[in-house]
Design a protein around this ligand. Structure first.
Ligand SMILES: C[S@@+](CC[C@H](N)C(=O)[O-])C[C@H]1O[C@@H](n2cnc3c(N)ncnc32)[C@H](O)[C@@H]1O
Length: 293
């Protein structure tokens, strides 16, 4: 007798067991997300399903095996949710993280507060844009802003080009150290989620990131602050006096990342901001009017 179609609860239970054994941090969520992906439905709608059709089992089992081998969930589904948008992601680009939504939210508030305050649209620059996540969220939530983005890596830039097509964001390929000379002194808000992991922390990085996120997106010198030092100099060039910068850092950089800004003397209101778990997550600062370029 051939076995009938498997019951959803059993299929999911088996997948959760495999993912948990493999050390995946959120096995229930990921098992359900992959099943929803294979069935072309949403995770919330899975409860309505009694059985998993036989012809989808093979594909599901293969995806669960790849997730158990610690491929990022978002590489398997091909998308990552970020605030109100969905981004295309895959090999060659950093998968946007939920904690970065806070930095994007701060930038949205800063830009939105300027809309209608003066004739010109607020100007926002997203440095190290990766998939284009922060720039895309800004274009989505502050349609009155002029958003510019830059990414150094060719493959990541190609993903950003797909995600930002038709959004009005101006995307360039280049180095944050020299980007947007033509906007010097005109920018209202600079955002950046730079690489910030110290090289020596290599072994502590989760396999999903270490083996699948581009290393240019992760590591930044001995103390992890190299890109943040470059950002400090570039943001001072790009911003108008009184303009603001916000950038993400590692949770162990709650003092050292803001210190990069305070020690140059050209910033006021240097603050560190916590994520929802109470960990230091991103720094914000305002360019003083007296900066000498
Ligand atoms: C941590 S990822 C962040 C990507 C995206 N902003 C996000 O939040 O998901 C850092 C990005 O910076 C890019 N990058 C690294 N060094 C850069 C540089 N010197 N200039 C421009 N981009 C750079 C990397 O290629 C990577 O895409």
């Amino acid at each position: 007798m051939t076995p009938g179609p498997a019951r959803r609860r059993e299929v999911l239970g088996e997948a959760v067991r495999r993912l948990r054994e493999a050390g995946v941090a959120s096995p229930e969520h990921d098992a359900a997300e992959l099943l929803a992906h294979v069935l072309g439905t949403s995770r919330g709608s899975l409860a309505l399903l009694e059985v998993v059709p036989d012809d989808r089992r093979e594909e599901y089992d293969a995806l669960v095996a790849r997730r158990a081998a610690r491929e990022p969930l978002q590489h398997l589904t091909g998308t990552a949710a970020f605030r109100h948008v969905e981004l295309l992601v895959g090999p060659g680009v950093f998968v946007p993280r939920p904690e970065t939504e806070l930095l994007a939210g701060w930038a949205v508030e800063q830009a939105a507060a300027l809309v209608g305050q003066r004739p010109a649209a607020p100007v926002v620059v997203d440095l190290c844009t990766g998939s284009g996540a922060i720039a895309r969220a800004l274009a989505d939530e502050v349609p009155g802003a002029r958003v510019h983005a830059v990414e150094l890596d060719e493959r990541a830039h190609a993903w950003a080009a797909r995600n930002l097509a038709g959004t009005g964001v101006e995307l360039r390929q280049g180095d944050l150290a020299t980007a947007f000379d033509d906007l010097a002194g005109q920018v209202d808000v600079v955002t950046c989620n730079p690489p910030y992991i110290p090289l020596e922390a290599w072994e502590s990085v989760a396999p999903e990131a270490r083996d699948h996120d581009p290393h240019l997106a992760l590591f930044s010198g001995e103390d992890g602050l190299d890109a943040i030092r470059v950002l400090e100099r570039r943001a001072a060039v790009l911003l108008r006096p009184g303009g603001v910068v916000g950038f993400e850092h590692a949770d162990v950089q709650g003092d050292s990342a803001p210190a990069v800004f305070t020690r140059t003397g050209r910033w006021s209101e240097v603050r560190d901001n916590h994520d929802l778990a109470g960990r230091p997550r991103f720094t914000t600062a305002r360019l003083t009017a007296s900066v000498v370029r």
